[in-house]
Design a protein around this ligand. Structure first.
Ligand code: GAL
Length: 817
């Protein structure tokens, strides 16, 4: 336990250890009469308009003259409550305006960003050369009444891209540069309590970037408005840490309370813990608290559980600390619920990662934060859907590359049992970077999914003395804020020096075959693959075609610095000291088109899944070996090769059964033993019909896969990810083009039109890394048979449909409550 935590416990009013069995702690104390208390609301509905980085009038008067910030409350026209935003678009946050911009081949000015940088960001018309697209303005009214007078009121932004200025009623209240770190600002001094309007305005400037990948633009994560009493628990004011011992789990709770008022305050602090099933499993006697005016204090408690329900990958049990501040008259002054999980983590230099004392290989993927159709503005249910795709493959860990993730993603990982590496964007010990790190850790340290703090990735100073100095300072800062998790850094060279000598757990980006020698030299340091793989492949393509920028989907193509899936996994699988690896990447992402870095390539091809989450063939390699207990055979390629009769076709099977037999139109082409962690190949003279792979375990059929020659496109089928949703959520609707007998047509590129009654198609995609079609649309061509729509649903029955000229359409009914 850190010194700081110990000190905090000491200054707490009652560091009393309470030991209660894991059961209902008795009748709930009588509920006090509700006072104003705390109110928390999500600001989802905003008006949006593009501004202009070079034309003041089109930028709503911002920067009209050198006196822009001269006088309080008048910084820009659009920041004023009376400004008329009737002509602005209505948007729902999370919102990324960059995803709706055109792709631009030729930058119009000599100042042009160089081609590499434009490719890296996905060729969107944003940046210095597109001043008309690089500034975004958001406005939303907030309701404030006379009853709010005297309260502490603040805004919490989970992430805004980028360089944002927040205005409240014309006052600029905070400027935040980072496009990834959370920030918050107190606003009660700037509000009108007399019934006149109150407006929050945000100006985001996405002219410059922070990454070498698509970064989106705008308020792409949640914003919350919080009202509390002067005596309150500040943001991130509750820290919960658990430790496990032979007789159960100890839970340490530290709670900050602030008296923001002008008078001393006293009252009571009541703590309870709600178990995974929603029942109260711990409650303490309310303890007296008293704080001088302006004082902040930390109060600590400890609870013991003899039979804790541990948080794990398989059983992600979540508890919540309910902290309530009561007045001396028992009225509820403030309350905050903080979720946590009871679990232990440990990295062992010989045996890898341990969760709750059990070794767990990290079967990970590294991911950026964009998806087809919506860019970086990912709604909650899409986060969950993406996690579930990876889990179905057998993945248990996610590296948020190269920036802190959204709270929504962390919440979903907590709930679904996905381990997470949280990474900093800026690897520096500047005041600003330290502040970003601090906010991130304070936000994320209660999430049981988080197992490592990654300080950086492949920074030019990684192997230098300066790199070591900077990261030693960052590590010390992390320790102060969270002594329970190790630090890491993703290095691609110079591991023996610089940062490699500082961080607790060392990440290897690629170079998997150099880990062994490093381990011999540094047997005391745990290691893992922070970026592994990465095969490049275009879904549904089976021949490299440089003219079309497509890559074959066999596990053979990779950049010089990387490897195939099979090459890295066969090394890591059998070495317990390597804690695991994170494939670069789980999903294709916009930007970094590799190896074809010119238009029409606009997204990467490293993904195991494409930008829509449609699996490429390598998905089944990982699925076979990351879930070895679930028999699987996957056959590639498709079997519709018109004009190739009699020519040899390279056939592969990804499988995990003991043997695999290949059959063509009922004839056996022989059985082969399946080598562990590898694949099987055949050369098969093409003949139309049915190619079948049958997997045997102990001589019995355990799994099979079939590829059949299809006829021409006849119909389009729709599959929705669920039949029941909450109103306002998104559902993921996938379409596949099939022939008259329902067989997928592997090369179909029909134009599909999506629609929804009582719903709205917010974006579409097809996973084609070379498509310049718009994402913010309701129609899209299929790519190699598939396309996707993301549909926001209203309340009640929703009919989602897909149609296409000349094809039979289909629809799916679902219900939103
Ligand atoms: C790595 C880098 C990633 C990505 C990848 C592409 O070096 O850390 O962000 O650029 O290469 O192969």
């Amino acid at each position: 336990m850190s010194e700081e935590f110990t000190r905090r416990e000491m200054i707490g009013a009652g560091a009393v250890a309470l030991t209660l069995a894991c059961s209902d702690a008795g009748a709930e104390p009588e509920r006090p009469t509700a006072a104003k208390g705390r109110r928390r609301e999500r600001l989802e509905r905003w008006k949006f308009h593009l501004g202009h980085a070079a034309d003041v009038e089109k930028d709503f008067g911002f920067g009209r003259d050198q006196r822009t910030f001269a006088k309080a409350g008048t910084a820009a026209d659009a920041a004023m409550p009376k400004f008329d935003d009737a002509g602005w678009d209505e948007v729902i946050v999370p919102h990324d305006w960059a995803v709706g911009l055109a792709f631009e081949a030729a930058p119009p000015s000599p100042n042009a960003d160089n081609a590499d940088s434009r490719a890296a960001h996905g060729f969107k018309a944003i940046g210095r050369d597109f001043p008309q697209n690089s500034i975004g303005w958001y406005r939303t009214p907030i309701e404030v009444t006379a009853a709010d007078r005297g309260r502490r009121i603040w805004l919490e932004f989970d992430g805004v891209f980028r360089d944002s200025i927040v205005f409240v009623n014309g006052y600029d209240v905070i400027r935040n540069e980072s496009g990834y770190a959370p920030f918050s600002v107190r606003i009660d001094d700037f509000l009108n309590y007399d019934g006149s309007p109150n407006v929050v305005t945000v100006r985001c400037d996405a002219t410059l970037g922070e990454g070498w990948f698509y970064e989106g633009a705008g308020i792409y994560r949640h914003v919350e408005l919080v009202r509390a009493e002067p005596l309150h628990i500040p943001q991130w004011g509750v820290v919960v840490r658990s430790s496990l011992g032979p007789d159960g789990a100890s839970v340490h709770i530290a709670i900050d309370i602030t008296n923001g008022g002008d008078l001393p305050e006293s009252g009571l602090l009541r703590l309870s813990i709600v178990g995974p099933g929603g029942e109260t499993v711990f409650a303490n006697e309310a303890m007296p608290i008293s704080l001088a005016a302006g004082e902040q204090r930390t109060f600590a408690k400890e609870a013991h559980f003899s039979a804790p329900q541990l948080w794990s990958i398989e059983t992600p049990n979540l508890y919540a600390v309910r902290a309530e501040v009561l007045g001396n008259d028992s009225r509820l002054i403030d309350n905050v619920d903080t979720r946590f999980g009871m679990r232990t983590i440990r990295f062992d230099p010989e045996r890898g990662f341990f969760l709750n004392g059990r070794p767990v290989k990290l079967l990970g993927t590294a991911n950026h934060q964009d998806h087809a159709g919506v860019g970086t503005g990912i709604p909650e249910s899409l986060h969950r859907w993406r996690i579930s795709k990876l889990q179905q493959m057998g993945s248990n860990a996610w590296r948020s590359a190269h920036n802190p993730p959204s709270t929504a993603l962390l919440d979903a990982c907590d709930e679904m049992g996905m381990l997470m590496i949280v990474e900093q964007r800026i690897n520096s010990s500047s005041d600003e970077a330290l502040a970003e790190l601090e906010r991130t850790i304070r936000r994320d340290r209660n999430h049981p999914c988080v197992i490592l703090w990654s300080l950086g990735n492949e920074e030019p100073h990684q192997a230098s003395e300066r790199g070591a100095l900077i990261n030693a300072e960052l590590k010390a800062h992390v320790r102060r804020l969270d002594p329970t998790r190790p630090t890491t850094f993703a290095m691609d060279q110079g591991w023996d020096n610089g940062v490699g000598r500082v961080v607790d757990v060392l990440g290897f980006n690629y170079r998997t075959n150099q880990i062994e020698a490093y381990h011999q030299r540094h047997p005391e340091q745990p290691v893992y693959g922070s970026e592994t793989g990465s095969t490049v492949a275009t879904r549904g393509e089976y021949a490299n075609d440089p003219a079309r920028h497509v890559l074959r989907s066999y596990d053979t193509e990779h950049p010089w610095w990387a490897t195939t899936a099979e090459e890295w996994w066969t090394i890591v699988a059998d070495r317990p000291y390597i804690a695991g690896g994170f494939v670069w990447t789980g999903f294709d992402y916009r930007g970094e088109p590799t190896p074809y870095s010119s238009l029409p390539s606009i997204s990467s091809q490293f993904g195991i899944l494409d930008t829509c989450g449609f699996p490429k063939d390598n998905y089944y390699y990982y699925r076979a070996w990351w879930r070895p207990d679930q028999p699987l055979v996957h056959l590639l390629p498709h079997w519709s090769w018109q004009g190739r009769d009699g020519q040899p076709i390279e056939v592969w099977a990804h499988a995990n059964t003991e043997e695999v037999e290949l059959r063509l139109n009922g004839r056996s082409l022989g059985r082969k033993r399946m080598p562990r962690n590898r694949h099987l190949t055949w050369q098969v003279p093409y003949e139309r019909g049915k190619l079948e792979a049958i997997g045997y375990d102990r001589g019995r059929v355990a799994a099979r896969d079939v590829q059949e020659t299809s006829g021409p496109p006849h119909a389009v089928r729709l599959m929705v990810d669920r039949r029941l949703a909450k109103a306002g959520e998104v559902v993921i609707a996938n379409a596949v083009v099939v022939d008259a007998r329902g067989r997928p047509v592997p090369s179909a590129d029909n134009r599909l039109r999506f629609g929804a009654s009582n719903g709205h198609v917010i974006g579409v995609g097809n996973g084609n890394p070379n498509s310049l079609e718009p994402d913010v649309s309701s129609d899209r061509k299929a790519f190699n048979g598939f396309a996707q729509a993301i549909v926001r649903v209203g309340r009640g029955p929703v009919d989602i449909s897909v149609a296409s000229d000349g094809l039979r359409g289909s629809s799916a009914r679902m219900v939103a409550l």
